[in-house]
Design a protein around this ligand. Structure first.
Ligand code: AMP
Length: 193
């Protein structure tokens, strides 16, 4: 299956995307992780992206779309879970077109939601743990304002009958179960505990 995870920063979409990828065997594509790797390695793309990321702003479409398409081409026929892409309608259209060329389409867009107060608390906790350069209080405020999934982006998938809202407030395992149920997929059996 081809699945997109949407949600505001701090809602746990990265955590859930990683768990769902692990449980299903699908590829997990996180454009945030990819961009951070470019910044760490000091690539040309990393240098261009850093200024936007440090301010909590979106990296320009052309840079992100090129990077994403290269990764998509690598994963072959496996299903995927997208985490952090698409973030704009231009990115969604580029994704639709790329999948259509292979006769495919997005199966489901999972929209994980939570109130702002919960999101700020979670992001401040993560900032203390990880020391991520873009987890300063000011950048968090900007990201919450700027990086909620755009209504037009959600509408793009809602109108196609592919959007499913999931409450991101419960414990991680409960949210995972709700997502897997929405996907309606058989999952790999878990090993003995
Ligand atoms: P994330 O880990 O998904 O929160 O992404 C971290 C940062 O990378 C974001 O705040 C953006 O600056 C940038 N970024 C990640 N994915 C995208 C995307 N699809 N389009 C534009 N910018 C992105």
């Amino acid at each position: 299956m081809y699945v997109i995870f949407f949600g505001p920063p701090g809602v746990g979409k990265g955590t859930q995307a990683a768990i769902v990828a692990e449980r299903t065997g699908w590829a997990h594509i996180s454009t945030g992780d990819m961009l951070r790797a470019h910044v760490r390695e000091g690539t040309d793309l990393g240098r261009k992206a850093k200024a936007f990321m440090d301010q909590g702003l979106l990296v320009p479409d052309d840079l992100v779309i090129d990077m994403f398409m290269a990764r998509l081409a690598e994963i072959g026929d496996r299903g995927f879970v997208l985490d952090g892409f698409p973030r704009t309608l231009a990115q969604a259209r580029a994704l639709d077109a790329a999948l259509a060329r292979g006769g495919g389409a997005i199966d489901l867009a999972v929209n994980i939601t939570a109130p702002d107060s919960v999101l700020v608390e979670r992001m401040m906790g993560r900032a203390a743990e990880s020391g991520r350069a873009d987890d300063t209080p000011e950048a968090i405020r900007v990201r919450l304002e700027v990086q909620k999934p755009a209504a037009e982006l959600l509408d793009h998938y809602r109108h196609a009958g592919k959007l499913k809202d999931i409450d991101g407030c419960p414990a991680v395992a409960q949210v995972t179960e709700a997502i897997l149920e929405a996907l309606g997929v058989g999952v790999r059996p878990q090993g003995p505990r």
